[in-house]
Design a protein around this ligand. Structure first.
Ligand code: NAD
Ligand code: UGA
Length: 468
């Protein structure tokens, strides 16, 4: 098989949260490599090509500067999928792998239809040898299926499949890519496999030291990605479990996180109690892990990891219940201001955001919600609620109001609920807010970001996650 040591042409299928930023950084750091990102969603491609860099389809700190530097130099966003595939020596598959919503494995397994479509497309249009790189998060042993599909076309073209899972977190994607703790590359341990691994190592070594580029066999690489997300989410569920106990006992969850995080064996990161983890991946990847474990007959392993999700559902419900209980067991007809809709700060991504579940719960109790988020568009909020709830679109529209001014959201409200840890919430004029709210004025801090002493002094009835 023809495997160049130094790749000069890369194609990435999927211009989403991973494909866009990842390829932008590869293009920035490797100016001699032509990088073309393609997508079946033509609007998305048009949005990546926008003149106004403040209107890129994804908001990530630092992204627009990277795009500005590389776009139209060696970074291209294109809807000409076939052409880009055929010209490339290395093709990244970076399409979505959501939880299945139908058939066998519904609600648990990863839906691999988009990945399979990519493999079929590559097999069909490739006229020269290709290295195909799994960038999407995939169940262990997917590379085997991809290889089978690629080879089935029976043309005189050879393929090597690598696994190169992505570990960036949204909101810090550019920094995570520039200063990755590690990059992981899995490949076959035969001559061509090792050569293919080396050609991808040579891409990343443009900016990362070699000791941070780990190489393994394909299956370890695929399974490491699911394991990493499961371990991270498990830490959040573990500290959230303790937050419930703190609220009963008068212990302070931040003090506990600090006390245990100082133990170098535990470490300080990912110990922030919250209203629950969201994002497109933690839940989906753990469900997938649970499904895989069950399908191998490993019931105890599956039950162990499933508990991480159950605890997260409990935490979101617990927060919403707390609001209703505190507001004298009824929120019907009461105005509640929700600050934050994104699943975490510094992103406009709302997938699986805890805010959606809390809002749905409160709407079922007939609350009137006024929602403010500095980066999420109104249309996205309606879409999220319509997708989750059993209410009609019209009803959701009637029950919620979306505003661009946080003070307008809180004006004359019975309560404020903080769902995302946006920094700007800390800097609000809380005295002014207090003065224009109904009394008693309640604040439910689901992110533990507000200064408790100041909020007390102002006169709020403050509930903070993990504080008795
Ligand atoms: P996304 O939904 O933002 O983007 C996926 C893109 O792929 C979409 O634009 C879609 O139109 C396109 N696409 C789907 N099928 C296609 C096809 N056949 N041909 C061309 N384009 C096609 O998804 P994402 O968040 O970028 O995630 C992609 C993968 O990366 C997933 O497997 C996810 O688990 C994984 N991942 C995501 C993150 C993250 O922070 N979002 C981090 C690490 C890994
Ligand atoms: C996560 C992982 O951190 C990435 O390494 C991985 O690549 C990515 O999933 C993926 O596979 O998609 P992401 O979901 O973007 O990244 O963001 P995180 O920073 O991990 O936050 C996830 C959720 O956990 C957020 O809702 C966040 O608010 C919550 N969280 C995180 C806490 O509640 N407490 C914490 O201490 C940390």
């Amino acid at each position: 098989m023809n495997i160049p040591n130094n790749i000069t042409n890369i194609c990435c299928i999927g211009a989403g949260y991973v494909g866009g930023p990842t390829m932008a950084v590869i293009a920035q750091k490797c100016p001699e490599i032509k990088v073309t990102v393609v997508d079946i969603n033509q609007q998305r491609i048009a949005d990546w090509n926008t003149e106004n860099l403040d209107k890129l389809p994804i908001y990530e700190p630092g992204l627009k500067e990277v795009v500005q530097e590389a776009r139209d130099r060696n970074l291209f966003f294109s809807a000409e999928v076939d052409k880009a595939i055929d010209e490339a020596q290395m093709i990244f598959i970076s399409v979505n792998t959501p939880t299945k919503t139908y058939g066998v494995g519904k609600g648990m397994a990863a839906d691999l239809k988009y990945v399979e479509l990519c493999a079929r497309k590559i097999a069909k249009v490739a006229t020269s040898d290709k290295i195909v790189v799994e960038k999407s998060t995939l169940p262990v042993r997917t590379a085997e299926s991809i290889k089978t599909i690629l080879d089935a076309e029976g043309k005189n073209v050879n393929f090597k499949v690598l696994s190169n899972p992505e570990f960036l977190a949204e909101g810090t994607a550019i920094d995570d890519l520039h200063n990755a703790d590690r990059v992981l590359i899995g490949g076959d341990q035969d001559e061509d496999g090792l050569k293919a691994i080396q050609s991808l190592v040579n891409v990343y070594s443009h900016w990362l030291p070699l000791e941070r580029i780990l190489t393994t066999n394909v299956w370890s690489s695929e399974l490491s990605k699911l394991t990493a997300n499961a371990f991270l989410a498990q830490r959040v569920s573990s500290i959230n479990a303790m937050s419930a106990l703190c609220e009963q006992t008068g212990a302070n969850v931040d003090e506990i996180a600090n006390a245990i995080g100082s133990d170098s064996r535990i470490g300080p990161k990912f110990l922030k109690a919250s209203v629950g983890f969201g994002g497109s991946c933690f839940q989906k990847d753990i469900l997938n892990l649970v499904y895989i474990a069950r399908s191998y007959g490993l019931g105890e392993v599956a039950d162990y990891w499933e508990q991480v999700i159950k605890l997260n559902d409990y935490q979101k419900r617990r927060f919403a219940e707390k609001i209703v209980k505190t507001l004298f067991n009824t929120v019907s007809g009461k105005k509640i201001a929700m600050l934050g809709w994104a699943f975490k700060q510094d992103t406009n991504d709302t997938r699986e955001s805890a805010a959606i579940y809390v809002a749905d719960y409160l709407l079922n109790e007939q609350a009137e919600l006024v929602i403010y988020d500095p980066k999420v568009k109104a249309g996205q909020i309606y879409t999220d609620l319509d997708y989750l709830s059993t209410r009609s679109e019209e009803e959701n529209k009637r029950l919620i109001t979306i505003v661009n001014d946080p003070y307008e959201a809180m004006d004359d409200s019975h309560a404020v609920a903080i769902l995302t840890e946006w920094d700007e919430f800390k800097a609000y004029d809380w005295k002014r807010v207090y003065n224009c709210m109904k009394k008693p004025a309640f604040v439910f801090d689901g992110r533990n970001i507000l200064n408790i002493r100041i909020m007390d002094e102002v006169g709020f009835e403050l509930y903070t996650i993990g504080r008795g």
